[in-house]
Write a protein that binds this ligand. Structure first.
Ligand code: AQP
Length: 333
């Protein structure tokens, strides 16, 4: 059976190596499999769960679409669109909000992390963010959802919501229960400054992440300054226990080189981090620079990007529009 793949990325700027290795690199592999129907969404409705600057948001939407294309997603095969152009996403989100119990949402760790100590001031949108995500996925009958490890809990919630809807309305299998596609290894890339913190767009320190728009010199400088520890690189994975920064750099090297951690440890075991850093900066530059160049070229052609997004939205609308119609009928509207 062919797979229907759905995933999204927020247009919140600073797309980084974590987004690439955790998600976008997988999108490209899935796009390259002829059997798959892939739908990749710039989730701008999710982005506004925290305050956005109007002009920056517009640019970030285009830049996220440009990153998909520059990384290798073929728009003649896969659909790329932005969420706010397809009304069914917001409508579906409301319907699903009315069936998802608060208790399920209260368990979501991303909300707790992002809302921080002052939960009272966090937007309601941030709280129901995972329901919009469920709506995105379920409207396309997605069979598989490629995401980084940080989104695992939201996908489990999506599965629960789909099952509850089908049960509540006695419509077995109407909402398809999707499978997460999360890489077993290197699915959470950590900050270059703190191996216990996720690499993230909103980290105030630019040195904590490799942006997909960084120059070779910036990559070199960031890798050089990346936190390590004072022990040499071990030969065995077990000896990486309690060494989060070492694990992260070796994981990044393995992931970007498409090799196992064992192979990386064979290559660098016994050496110093300075040796690893030289080679890591080089391979990162070689892999990322062509993408960076293409992102820059594409973002200069706004008309082209807008056309791709509009065409994608029209194809997405055909699928999601039909599903929401059926969903409303089931409910009794
Ligand atoms: N550090 C990461 N490692 C692996 N995968 C990651 N992803 C994000 N960070 C990492 C995956 O990238 C996809 C898109 O994520 P997003 O658009 O939700 O963005 P984000 O980077 O998590 O950024 P936020 O939420 O805008 O910013 P922060 O985290 O700074 O508050 C997803 O598949 C995600 O798993």
């Amino acid at each position: 059976m062919s797979k229907i793949i759905f995933s999204g990325v927020q247009p919140t700027g600073n797309l980084h190596l974590g987004n690439y290795l955790g998600a976008i690199k997988n999108f490209v592999e899935l796009n390259n499999d002829k059997e798959n129907q892939c739908i990749f969404c710039v989730v701008d409705l999710h982005a506004i769960t925290v305050k956005q600057d109007k002009d920056e948001l517009k640019n970030n939407i285009r830049e996220t679409a440009a990153t998909f294309i520059a990384s290798g997603i073929d728009t003649s095969k896969s659909i790329i669109f932005n969420q706010s152009e397809v009304h069914a996403h917001a409508e579906g989100s409301w319907i699903l909000s009315c069936m998802a119990p608060m208790g399920w949402l209260n368990r979501m760790t991303q909300f707790k992390e992002k809302a921080g100590k002052d939960k009272e001031k966090a937007s309601v949108g941030l709280y129901i963010y995972p329901i919009l995500m469920a709506s995105d996925i379920l409207l396309y009958d997605a069979t598989h959802v490629p995401v980084g490890e940080d989104q695992k809990q939201h996908l489990e919630l999506t599965r629960d919501i789909a099952q509850k809807f089908n049960k509540d309305f006695n419509c077995e299998n109407f909402l398809k229960v999707p499978e997460p596609l999360i890489k077993k290894k290197f699915s959470r890339i950590m900050s270059l400054k703190d191996g216990l913190k996720k690499m993230s767009k909103s980290d105030p320190s630019d040195l904590s992440r490799i942006n997909l728009t960084d120059s070779k010199d910036e990559i070199l400088n960031k890798i050089k300054k990346a936190k390590t520890d004072s022990y040499p690189i071990p030969n065995e994975e077990i000896k990486l226990k309690d060494r989060p920064e070492a694990q992260n750099l070796l994981g990044i090297y393995s992931s970007i080189s498409n090799q196992t951690l064992d192979e990386t440890l064979n290559e660098f075991g016994g050496k110093n981090f300075s040796d690893l850093k030289v080679q890591l900066a080089e391979i990162l530059s070689n892999k990322i620079s062509p993408i960076t160049k293409e992102i820059k070229k594409l973002t200069n052609d706004k008309e082209y990007l807008d056309k791709i997004l509009l065409e994608g939205a029209s194809k997405a609308e055909e699928i999601a529009g039909q599903k929401i119609k059926e969903m409303k009928k089931i409910i009794g509207f």
